[in-house]
Design a protein around this ligand. Structure first.
Ligand code: ZN
Length: 259
């Protein structure tokens, strides 16, 4: 088998450490639930990291160098994420690391840095029905995914969602209160691929849903870099001091022209 996809699942991991319904749904944290369904995939090698793991939030040293796809779940502590780590995540994405932002990560530092927009949206924290409609069934992330994923309870996220127009729109969600939302969006940033997926409010067992798991699993495979590794690294900006075709007068310089 070809090399496995190295996945790092990063979670804020603040809600689940407090006794209550969130801890009952995710006793080992959202990251462990996501990691455990991905670990069942024979082509994936999965690690976890979280905000308070260490001073680098578990993402220092060689962790990002050894990550093909980074999954991110954050909510109330976006501002506590160290800016140097955010820069490092962005740099790795530009050089080919995949990045999947889940649910309330729409305003996380790495996601808004990669997007260049605020990531703001409208929201309502009730327990309303949500239908996640697949609007791009030929996209790799939609492979084996039903036309609609029905979630009994989810937090409403609505438009306007302040994101750049996605390169591919894969899902649009409908909510019981009437709103619609671009809930599954793909972008390319440098050599890296980015996917945002809306489902995943912490008080509902969304990441235990097999269809949601299927989307995230497909997204990991889509986000893994598959382009030409011969391409020069992003950020080096080299002077192209050779030519493919001969120049008519190679000694002529900019200052030799009269205007
Ligand atoms: Zn939420």
């Amino acid at each position: 088998m070809a090399d496995k996809i190295n996945v790092t699942v990063w979670n804020e991991y603040r809600h689940e450490v407090k006794p209550g319904v969130i801890q009952m749904i995710y006793p080992k944290g959202i990251h462990e639930t996501i990691a455990s369904f991905l670990r069942k995939q024979p082509d994936m090698e999965v690690k976890t990291a979280w905000l308070d793991k260490d001073k680098d939030h578990g993402l220092g040293g060689d962790v990002l160098d050894e990550t093909d796809v980074l999954i991110w779940w954050g909510h109330g502590a976006h501002q506590e994420v160290n800016d140097e780590i955010v820069e490092d995540v962005q740099g790795h994405v530009l050089n080919g690391m995949g990045f999947i932002a889940l649910h309330s990560s729409h305003m996380s530092k790495p996601f808004t840095k990669l997007m260049g927009t605020s990531g703001t949206l409208t929201w309502r924290e009730k327990a309303e029905k949500s239908h996640v409609w697949c609007v791009n069934p030929y996209h790799p992330i939609a492979k084996g995914v039903p036309q609609v994923i029905e979630l009994a309870h989810e937090e409403m996220y609505g438009e306007f969602f302040d994101i750049p127009t996605p390169d591919d729109l894969v899902f649009i969600s409908w909510f019981e209160g009437g709103e619609v939302f671009r809930s599954g969006n793909c972008w390319h940033r440098g050599k890296g691929k980015v996917f945002y997926f809306q489902p995943g409010h912490e008080t509902f067992p969304i990441y235990h849903n097999p269809e949601v798991q299927h989307v995230i699993t497909n997204a990991v495979r889509w986000c893994k870099f598959e382009g030409s590794t011969d391409t020069r690294l992003i950020g080096t900006c080299p002077n192209q001091n050779f030519t493919i075709n001969p120049l008519s007068d190679p000694n002529k310089r900019e200052e030799d022209y009269d205007f």
